[in-house]
Design a protein around this ligand. Structure first.
Ligand code: GLC
Ligand code: MG
Length: 252
């Protein structure tokens, strides 16, 4: 992408960017009126087709980068070509057959029917099978990362997968680390990226696992839900900062 990126929103979709139609339109209008472009990274638990469907359905702007499957797949716009470097990292230490075998022994884990190469996802109705699965995976020494969202979705990823690791990788590989960044999320799978140290927002409608996190100086708790919370946080962190597009020097 030839265009330089000075400002960047890295956001989850369901329950964060999407969920309040009016607030979403207001956020997009607000961004369109700023004197700089805000680049977009969507980071979702959905798989690629499902994310694309949502983008169409909600008439979301196409992102610069689409990250799907809980941070295990990266696609770069405008053609959304798969990032092979990230794919290799995901495959370096990934044993899905062994994980599936272990999971099959834990009663109460219902496999989600998702076409994903680098994650195994399950639904649970209570937390007992999650403890059992984690214990069994650890005792047989299978490298993995287990993430629980909304007390219901259990994702098992390669150990270096997840929304935090992938965002760090994308920002470093594109040279965007020094952009003014806002990270936004609402549930467990967003925890890692919210805690990266970049300005971040937990929207007011977030799941208990995020609402219960201890206070942190880079994490803003929005009073508004979904896109309204993103707009509130953008104003909190960046309103009043004018970046001269030619020199890239910011003044307040
Ligand atoms: C999305 C995905 C689901 C995943 C969940 C939590 O809802 O569709 O597969 O388990 O996010 O990451
Ligand atoms: Mg969400």
């Amino acid at each position: 992408m030839a265009q330089s990126v000075t400002h960047l929103l890295a956001t989850d979709l369901d329950g964060t960017l999407v969920g309040d139609e009016k607030a979403l339109r207001e956020l997009l209008m607000y961004y369109s009126e700023l004197p700089y472009r805000v680049a977009l990274i969507y980071i979702t638990g959905r798989h690629k087709e499902s994310a694309m469907e949502l983008i169409q359905q909600e008439q979301l702007p196409l992102p610069d980068i689409l990250i799907t499957d809980v941070g295990t797949e990266v696609y770069s716009g405008p053609d959304f070509v798969r990032d092979e470097g990230w794919k290799q990292r995901m495959e370096a230490s990934w044993e899905p057959e062994r994980i599936a075998e272990v999971a099959a022994c834990c009663a109460g884990l219902v496999p989600q029917n998702v076409p994903a190469a680098h994650r195994l996802s399950y639904t649970v109705w209570n937390e007992h099978p999650i403890y059992e699965l984690e214990e069994r995976l650890q005792s047989v020494g299978i490298p993995h990362k287990l993430i629980v969202s909304s007390g219901r979705d259990v994702d098992i990823l390669p150990p270096n997968g997840g929304k935090g690791e992938v965002l760090r990788y994308v920002l470093a590989s594109r040279g965007w680390e020094r952009a003014r960044i806002l990270v936004a999320g609402d549930s467990g799978n967003d925890h890692e990226m919210i805690m990266l140290g970049y300005p971040a927002v937990i929207v007011s409608n977030a799941q208990p696992e995020l609402l219960q996190l201890p206070a942190h100086p880079s994490v803003f708790r929005a009073k508004h839900a979904c896109a309204g919370g993103i707009r509130e946080a953008w104003k909190y962190f960046y309103d009043g900062i004018i970046t001269d597009k030619r020199t890239n020097i910011s003044t307040r």
